[in-house]
Design a protein around this ligand. Structure first.
Ligand code: UTP
Length: 291
């Protein structure tokens, strides 16, 4: 199954840091965010990883290209581990597609329509991390259990934050599981940025999708929203009219958002807390609110 990684957004919430580099190149510990995302797709057995890039930000391609001079120089200085890390990044099998204008996530995906016309595919947002977890494998298993249906990942957010996200209306599928331990739902609807009063649940769309190719025909005719962007959420609502969609829970310690300065900072702190070499220099993870 191919994995598509959109990374062509403007990253306005990171300006001016994202003026000349994609926000997906900002580091989380020692690696750029996008490298974690590519590695996650490859670990899940993706047959091909395609990163969608915008204009004038060639550094993502440079990061995934070999750098023989740098590697040789590091080896000469006896920095073998760093040479290995640089070689590894340059050897990851990644290809690239292009979105000429940042016209929304739905538009970005439609740019690779010819690559996934006849097959299901993963979408991994380039500013969301799920390191060291088998989420994509579980999503594929859930899809296969339901005859190849689409699956989206969701995470639980506090009620006062539902208006920042797409929120699902879903029917729990875990049979007699006690309240609080449900992990899968069949979608009835999706509501974009509801008020706490309107919200059908506290389950927000998270940034990992397994989609059937039918989404492409829908994206082709999905109208832009009031800000001129073609939204994937609108296309998913349309897909629900003809196909079932399932949701799978991302546990709080599995997934990390890096889309805003605050969430990126929190992700760095939470992952540094897991690293024995960095632990001493970060505040206790419990002191960081998780959002
Ligand atoms: P976001 O909305 O979080 O990213 O999109 P953004 O638009 O870059 O950021 P802000 O809102 O301006 O701060 C989620 C993912 O989809 C990609 C982004 O690069 C990000 O990884 N995306 C978004 C595209 O590839 N193309 C787009 O037109 C929009």
């Amino acid at each position: 199954m191919k994995a598509i990684i959109p990374a062509a957004g403007l990253g306005t919430r990171f300006l001016p840091a994202s003026k000349a580099i994609a926000k997906e190149m900002l580091p989380v510990l020692e690696r750029p965010t996008i490298q974690y995302v590519v590695e996650e797709a490859l670990c899940a057995g993706a047959s091909e990883v395609v990163v969608i890039l915008g204009n004038n930000k060639p550094e993502v391609m440079a990061h995934f290209s070999p750098a023989p001079d740098l590697v040789a120089s590091l080896l000469r200085r006896g920095k073998d581990a760093l040479a290995e890390a640089v070689s590894h990044a340059g050897a990851l099998p990644v290809s690239f597609a292009h979105q000429d204008q940042p016209r929304g996530l739905g538009h970005a995906l439609y740019c690779v329509e010819d690559l996934v016309r006849d097959e299901r595919f993963f979408v991994l947002l380039g500013d969301v991390l799920v390191p060291d977890a088998d989420l994509l494998v579980r999503m594929r298993a859930l899809s296969e259990y339901h005859d190849g249906a689409s699956v989206i990942a969701v995470f639980e957010v506090p009620l006062d934050q539902v208006s920042r996200f797409g929120i699902i209306d879903g029917t729990p599928l875990d049979g007699d599981a006690p309240h609080g331990s449900v992990t899968t739902w069949r979608l009835n609807d999706l509501v974009e940025k509801p008020t706490p009063q309107q919200a059908p649940s506290r389950l927000a769309v998270f940034g990992r999708y397994l989609l059937t190719p039918a989404i492409m025909a829908i994206l082709a005719r999905t109208a832009p929203d009031t800000s001129g962007e073609i939204q994937l959420t609108d296309a998913l609502r349309e897909l629900l009219r003809t196909e079932e969609i399932y949701a799978l829970l991302v546990e709080p310690d599995e997934g990390f958002d890096c889309g805003t300065v605050a969430s990126w900072l929190e992700t760095n702190i939470r992952l540094a807390w897991r690293d024995p070499h960095l632990r001493a220099v970060v505040p206790a993870a419990g002191a960081v609110s998780s959002t």
